[in-house]
Design a protein around this ligand. Structure first.
Ligand SMILES: NC(=O)C1=CN([C@@H]2O[C@H](COP(=O)(O)OP(=O)(O)OC[C@H]3O[C@@H](n4cnc5c(N)ncnc54)[C@H](OP(=O)(O)O)[C@@H]3O)[C@@H](O)[C@H]2O)C=CC1
Ligand SMILES: CC(=O)N[C@@H](CCC(=O)OP(=O)(O)O)C(=O)O
Length: 344
């Protein structure tokens, strides 16, 4: 069987180059096009020198992909830009896996409220499946459009889903997350400038981060009552990795001693979820599609505590996108993703 042809749109950024890194060793695909508007005509390895001798192909413009007969397209574009692409290419035969936030929420109104931007293609929101395979495997299969989740939401949702789906927790939940700076993208900005991040640590977007609604909206599809998430992101002085620490009160009458059994059962056949007996570390998942989760109950404070760790560029973005592609094509879900974490 010939390999499927993949297009990667927006590959001068971090998730685009991470997609190339993963797909280079995927047994079922060949990379047919890598696009950039700002660097078209340059070699991919000129933009990302760590690919020298490995990927020497030329970057092309989005308008050049039409002649290539692609089988699947990944969008590694900023939100607000992806939706234009999806609108213009909705009738093409290939499925699109969008890494931006443009199709993750439940309506154009919700999007406009949290992103301060008009949505140009609300039909895409109706058509898209939310791409966390562990929770929405059946909905993702056969879709033309997958809304790949945000990095913080991936870590929070996977750390909470078993408790929410088993109706074990009160609806007010605290999610306290810390991310490496690649989460902010490749463009230079003051917030991620070396002296502002190095040897430093701070919270940002308190009460207002757009991932709050993504976490709430997604978990509400799984639970019996609507949740309110107090989500606070923090910036870590590391390049990649996210740890989320989650606090939830058990519902009256819940058998709190069952928490480990509930998580074990919920994730029993999941190749990328590893339940840990101590709090996980970002270096234990670095470069991989794993989400490591620790869960416990604190009798003194009457809190469930779960702690999850992912690599924001892999399970939080490109790796999960490849996992979604594997589902769409009915391939082994782990194809191309079998890596050992890079530690130290
Ligand atoms: N970084 C992360 O950890 C995660 C990111 N995401 C999402 O994935 C998408 C890609 O993220 P990431 O790779 O970090 O982003 P980057 O900012 O690193 O890269 C975005 C790419 O999009 C292209 N682009 C096209 N049009 C525009 C435009 N108008 N403004 C800016 N860039 C443009 C650029 O390439 P060129 O101009 O050369 O064509 C650029 O390389 C985003 O929507 C992000 O929110 C999701 C989960 C995690
Ligand atoms: C550290 C950092 O800045 N992280 C980004 C989130 C990255 C991500 O997942 O973004 P999307 O939902 O836009 O895809 C932020 O807080 O905006």
């Amino acid at each position: 069987m010939s390999k499927k042809k993949v297009g990667i749109i927006g590959a001068t950024g971090y998730t685009g180059s991470e997609l190339v890194r993963i797909l280079l060793h995927h047994p079922e695909v060949e990379i047919a096009a890598i696009t950039s508007e700002s660097r078209k005509g340059d070699r991919f390895s000129d933009v990302h020198p760590f690919f020298r001798g490995l990927v020497e192909m030329q970057l092309v413009s989005i308008k050049d992909i039409e002649s290539l007969d692609l089988d699947v397209v990944f969008l590694a574009l900023p939100h607000g830009v992806s939706m234009d692409f999806v609108k213009d290419h909705a009738e093409k035969p290939y499925p699109i896996i969008d890494l931006s936030g443009d199709f993750r929420l439940d309506s154009a109104g919700t999007y406009e409220a949290w992103y301060n931007k008009d949505h140009v293609y609300p039909k895409g929101i109706e058509d898209a499946a939310y791409g966390i395979p562990e929770l929405f495997r059946e909905e993702i299969k056969g879709k033309k459009l997958v809304a790949n989740p945000g990095c913080y939401p991936t870590s929070a949702i996977l750390g909470l889903a078993p408790l929410v789906e088993h109706n074990m927790v009160e609806p007010n939940i605290i999610v306290d997350s810390k991310s490496g700076t690649t989460g902010a993208g490749v463009k230079a900005k003051a917030a991620t400038h070396f002296p502002n991040v190095n040897d430093n640590f701070k919270a940002y977007s308190v009460k207002t981060h757009r991932h709050t609604i993504e976490i709430e909206g997604t978990l509400n599809k799984k639970g019996e009552e609507d949740l309110t998430i107090q989500f606070t992101p923090h910036l870590l002085p590391v390049d990649r990795g996210i740890v989320s620490t989650i606090y939830a009160k058990p519902k009256e009458g819940v058998d709190t001693g069952r928490i480990n059994e509930v998580f074990r059962d919920y994730y029993k056949d999941e190749p990328f979820i590893r339940l840990t007996d101590q709090p996980p570390a970002i270096k234990e998942v670095r470069g991989t599609n794993f989400c490591d989760i620790y869960c416990t109950y604190d009798e003194r404070t009457n809190n469930f505590i779960t702690i999850s760790a992912i690599d924001n560029l892999v399970k939080g973005a490109a790796g999960q996108a490849v996992q979604n592609m594997n589902l769409l094509f009915d391939w082994d879900e782990t194809a191309g993703l079998g890596r050992v974490p890079m530690n130290p």
